[in-house]
Design a protein around this ligand. Structure first.
Ligand code: AHR
Length: 321
């Protein structure tokens, strides 16, 4: 029986539909980007665990970083008549047509962890994301406070080109260091949110910047790229975390290992549990028509060596990462 039919049956029998009471009958399709980072893998694992807890049938389609695969997956979910669609959009543009198709089929769409262009605002039910401009700003402000009045040349490893989080984390960081004329971004390039590309791009930054001597800090849009960058710095005989400051985003266990070892300095946390609030929003919407806020904002917290990195590592390592 479909969720809608079940609602009707419940209504006819006079049963009160409490939030989550019949979640077992929900089927949700999740178009996931891929597994480019430890954070992404954790998000997938946590989504499965949260679905299991609520007895939701979650179908995950791995797009392997390609928007065209995500569009295909959404069309297939529509054809299957799922009750809702979760979308982690790899890039911000190019969604309007397929999201209109979902809307016409009356299937609510929830965005997870990344945003789309404002033209698509009416085409989804809600977005569960952090404030990624804020994340970048927190990283920039931490760096500005840490270097004080000293000059500092920063190299930046950007996320996937066209992803909302890459655009926003860049913007936020620039806002965070604005007003500190001696802190300058001297090199910036995408590392595609991956460890391997982060390392490769960092190697080229080191070469271009006098063997690394001209670099004061590395800012990476995620921890995985930073872990790759740390490796490159160490192989070049440099001391990340001591001679070269690091700040990145995600708060995955491996960055806490690096902070505990004195090889990284700071990270801004992004929760991998985007699906939990998204499931709750869909269940309430289906059960009682409750329309969630357009943006369900998750918390962002800065961690440094002062925050017991080994303890955080121990507490995080079994949480789906
Ligand atoms: O959209 C969230 C970002 O995507 C994470 O920060 C990054 O690790 C991931 O791949």
């Amino acid at each position: 029986m479909s969720f809608r039919a079940l609602l009707l049956a419940g209504a006819l029998s006079g049963a009160v539909l409490a939030t989550g009471a019949h979640a077992a009958d929900l089927t949700i399709g999740f178009s996931q980007i891929g597994s480019e980072s430890g954070w992404r893998a954790a998000e997938t694992n946590v989504s499965k665990a949260e679905a299991k807890q609520r007895n939701i049938n979650l179908k995950i389609a791995d797009a392997q970083q390609k928007q065209e695969n995500q569009i295909k997956a959404i069309r297939s979910f529509i054809a299957q008549g799922v009750d809702a669609i979760f979308l982690a959009p790899v890039v911000a543009t190019g969604w309007d047509t397929v999201l209109k198709e979902a809307k016409e089929a009356e299937i609510p769409v929830v965005l997870l962890d990344r945003d789309i262009d404002p033209s698509g605002k009416d085409l989804y039910l809600t977005a569960v994301t952090s404030d990624s401009v804020h994340e970048g700003r927190v990283a920039g402000e931490w760096l500005a406070e840490t270097v004080g009045d000293k000059p500092c040349n920063v190299v930046e490893l950007q996320g996937t080109v066209g992803a909302s989080v890459a655009t926003n984390r860049k913007k936020g960081f620039e806002e965070g260091i604005a007003g500190h004329a001696d802190i300058r971004i001297v090199r910036t390039q995408t590392g595609d949110f991956t460890r391997a590309k982060g390392k490769e791009v960092m190697e080229s930054f080191i070469k271009a910047e006098g063997g690394g001597k001209n670099i004061c800090a590395v800012y990476a849009h995620n921890d995985d790229m930073m872990v790759g960058a740390i490796q490159a710095l160490k192989e070049a005989g440099l001391k990340p975390g001591a001679e070269i400051l690091t700040v990145s985003i995600d708060a995955v266990p491996d960055i806490f290992k690096a902070i505990a070892a004195g090889e990284a300095n700071a990270t801004v946390e992004l929760t991998p549990n985007m699906a939990g609030p998204a499931f709750d929003a869909v269940i309430a919407y289906k059960a009682s028509g409750t329309v969630p806020p357009k943006w369900i904002r998750t918390e962002s917290k800065l961690y440094t060596a002062a925050d017991d990195p080994q303890g955080v590592y121990d507490s995080k390592k079994d949480l789906g990462y």
